[in-house]
Ligand binder design. Structure first.
Ligand code: AMP
Ligand code: GLY
Length: 425
């Protein structure tokens, strides 16, 4: 079958690498892709938010399955666009409908959904421009630090955690009255601060049944020991040592089953990946956020641990036969370390030539922000490469990624040297 994958990050390179191994695959396209995905199939340099253009390529190239990597096309309704188009309606899109993707696209919607289905999450209230003074009063009932969340998509920057009530009041006014995040902060969710360790859990659902994929831990801050600014993610490991059987059982009963059942009850079409941002509060799981897609860089450790043919899984999602497919997981330990451009997550330079990629033998190098130019691989983003290794122990996996990184170089490259250290690597 001919497949189109949408996206251009490390997540998409990992998915593309896995799809490319399927015997069911005929022609494979990635839009827009990067220098890494070019090794798995053919890149299409198109704007994936231009659904008309996506349609043209899908028909021209006789695509029979579309997999969506990032959230934006989903929140903007690519699933619904296909379903309502006469020529496209028979072509499955892996990813939720726009209404279901609101689990990520609207924090207020997600909180209401969790409240309705008794899914454990932080206590909260939602405010608008008109109710800003009530918001201030609510803040004063909570102990700092305060968690302020712009309702809509804000490129991963919409969550602010001021340390004092005064700072939180100022932020709330900025978000609601000065539209700090534009449309995204027309509504703001204020919630109580939860204390615990975070992990990312992924479910693949066909709308009826589901499989729990390997969980992962993401390292979000730019600096070692989780210091400095938040990033898209500087590394990840899978499995996560504290996600033991007891914890995962609680998570399944209290969070995963109520979510999948809730989606069904609300008649929200969801055929794709659900990302649960979880915090472990003294052994009990709470939902920090939902995402309508896989995580990045979590995908770079989750996908390599899946032994089952990913295209078989994707087809089963499309046909709602997921319950018939056994999910086989590699029990070994995976670790990925992100190599980023100097300056990221603030200003950084692009277009740096990357050398040494061909010298890496013990790790998989997934491209996150790269492009091909006259046969050379150039950096093309803040996060540039994810170097993943799978070994019997976490220590070995992490050490192998660091050995591989030594062989790669580009001007002003940076990476964290403590991935996995907090959990024994
Ligand atoms: P999000 O953009 O929803 O992933 O939130 C960004 C980060 O803010 C999360 O990864 C958490 O580290 C933190 N965070 C969000 N909500 C809470 C909460 N209620 N309590 C503590 N930390 C939170
Ligand atoms: N790594 C976190 C995310 O993908 O949102």
């Amino acid at each position: 079958m001919n497949v189109l994958l949408l996206g251009s990050g490390g997540r998409e390179n990992a998915i593309a690498w896995k799809i490319a191994q399927s015997p069911l695959l005929k022609d494979f396209y990635i839009a827009p892709g990067n220098a890494g995905t070019a090794d798995c199939g053919t890149n299409l340099d198109i704007d994936i938010l231009n659904f008309e253009l996506v349609k043209k390529h899908v028909l021209e190239k006789n695509i029979s399955l579309v997999i969506v990597g990032p959230e934006e096309p989903l929140v903007k309704g690519i699933y619904d666009y296909f379903l309502s188009d006469k020529e496209l309606s028979r072509i499955p899109v892996i990813g939720p409908s726009a209404k279901a993707a609101a689990l990520e696209g609207s924090k207020d919607f997600a909180k209401k959904f969790m409240a309705k289905y008794n899914i454990p999450t932080a206590r909260y209230s939602t405010f608008t421009k008109e109710t800003v003074e009530e918001g201030v009063a609510f803040l004063r009932t909570l102990r700092p630090p305060h968690v302020l969340k712009a309702d809509g998509l804000a490129a991963g920057k919409g969550v602010i955690i001021p340390l004092t009530t005064t700072a939180a009041e100022h932020e709330l006014r900025e978000m609601l009255l000065s539209e700090k995040f534009g449309q995204a902060s027309k509504k703001v969710v204020i919630e109580e601060f939860l204390i615990g360790v975070e992990l990312s859990v992924f479910v693949l659902t066909d709308g009826n049944s589901y499989h729990i994929l390997p969980e992962a831990k993401d390292y979000k801050r730019i600096g070692e020991n989780d210091s400095g600014l938040n990033t898209g993610g500087m590394g990840a490991i899978s499995p996560v040592p504290f996600a033991n059987e007891k914890f995962m059982e609680k998570l399944k009963e209290r969070v995963i089953i109520p979510t999948v059942e809730g989606l069904k009850k609300e008649k929200l079409d969801y055929k794709g990946f659900i990302f649960f941002g979880i915090i472990n509060c003294q052994g009990d799981p709470y939902v920090i956020e939902y995402n309508a897609r896989m995580g990045d860089p979590e995908t770079e450790v989750v996908i390599p641990r899946i032994k089952t043919d990913l295209l078989v899984l994707m087809q089963a999602v499309a046909n709602q036969t997921l319950h018939k497919i056994k999910l086989e997981i590699d029990e070994r330990q995976a670790a990925t370390v992100m190599m980023v451009s100097g300056g990221y997550p603030e200003e950084y330079e692009k277009g740096k030539e990357i050398s040494g990629l061909d010298k890496v033998t013990e790790s998989m190098v997934f491209h996150a922000g790269t492009k091909l130019s006259n046969g050379k691989v150039l950096s093309n983003g803040g996060r540039v490469l994810a170097v993943t290794s799978i070994k019997n122990t976490l220590k070995e996996a992490v050490a192998t990624s660091y050995e591989s990184i030594k062989k790669i170089s580009f001007d002003k490259m940076y990476y964290r040297k403590d991935i996995g250290k907090d959990v024994g690597a």
